[in-house]
Ligand binder design. Structure first.
Ligand SMILES: [Zn+2]
Ligand SMILES: [Zn+2]
Length: 208
C-alpha cells in the first residue's frame, strides 16, 4: 500500500502527535495535569459529647470507602455556646459554625454525637429537633443518631450532611440520599445518590 506523496507530511505530523501521547502515559486520565483532578475533602470526625468509640470507628470505616483521608479526632465536650436551655438540647447551627472555623484548607469537620441536636426553623417556635445539619456548601456538618429509629441507617444521615458540605441542596428523587427529612425519618426509603446528585459529587472527587 502506498500513499500519495502530498499526504506524507500530514501523516508524519499525526504520527508525531500519537507518539507524544503514547509517551505521556497509558490512559486518558494521565494526559490531564494532576492539578486538574478534583481532590475530595479530608474528613475530620469530631466525636462530640456522648460519642461512643465504636460508632466513631464504624463511621470512619464507612467513609474510607468514599474519601481517602479520614481521621477521628479526640473526643470533645459539647461547647457551652451551643446549649439550648429551653428544650435541653444542642443547637446544630451553632455547632457547624463553631466547627467550620476550625477546619484547615482541604478539610471538612464532621461532628458525630448521640446527644439530641436541633436547629431554628421558620414557623416553629423555639427550635426543631433534627438528625443532622450541614453547611451548604461549607466546611462542617454534624450528625446525631438520637432521632434515627433504626440505628443501622445512621450512615445515610452522615453522607447526606457531607453532601450538603459539597454544595448539594435537597433532592426530590424519593430514594436519593439527599431527600429532605422534613421532620420524618426516611432513612429506610433512601438508598443511594440519584444520578444528578452523584454527578456533582463525582466532579468533587468523591469515590461513589
Ligand atoms: Zn439536608
Ligand atoms: Zn438526588
Amino acid at each position: 500500500m502506498s500513499f500519495p506523496r502530498k499526504q506524507l507530511p500530514r501523516l508524519a505530523i499525526l504520527s508525531i502527535i500519537l507518539l507524544m501521547q503514547a509517551c505521556d502515559g497509558p490512559n486518558a486520565g494521565d494526559l490531564l495535569p494532576r492539578t486538574a483532578r478534583p481532590l475530595p475533602p479530608a474528613i475530620r470526625i469530631l466525636p462530640l459529647g456522648h460519642a461512643p468509640k465504636a460508632l466513631m470507628e464504624r463511621t470512619a470505616e464507612d467513609l474510607r470507602k468514599v474519601f481517602p483521608d479520614v481521621r477521628i479526632l479526640p473526643t470533645e465536650p459539647m461547647p457551652a455556646i451551643a446549649w439550648y436551655k429551653p428544650n435541653r438540647r444542642w443547637r446544630a447551627d451553632t455547632l457547624i459554625h463553631w466547627m467550620g472555623k476550625r477546619a484547615a484548607a482541604g478539610e471538612v469537620f464532621l461532628g458525630i454525637t448521640t446527644d439530641d441536636i436541633s436547629a431554628a426553623k421558620e414557623g416553629v417556635a423555639q427550635d426543631f429537633g433534627i438528625m443532622g445539619l450541614g453547611q451548604k456548601p461549607g466546611l462542617a456538618c454534624v450528625a446525631s443518631n438520637r432521632r434515627v429509629h433504626d440505628k443501622s441507617q445512621f450512615p445515610k444521615i452522615v453522607i447526606h450532611e457531607l453532601g450538603h458540605t459539597a454544595g448539594l441542596p435537597h433532592c426530590s428523587a424519593p430514594r436519593c440520599l439527599m431527600r429532605a427529612a422534613n421532620g420524618k425519618d426516611h432513612t429506610r426509603q433512601i438508598d443511594a445518590f440519584c444520578e444528578s446528585c452523584r454527578s456533582v459529587l463525582l466532579r468533587k472527587g468523591w469515590r461513589i
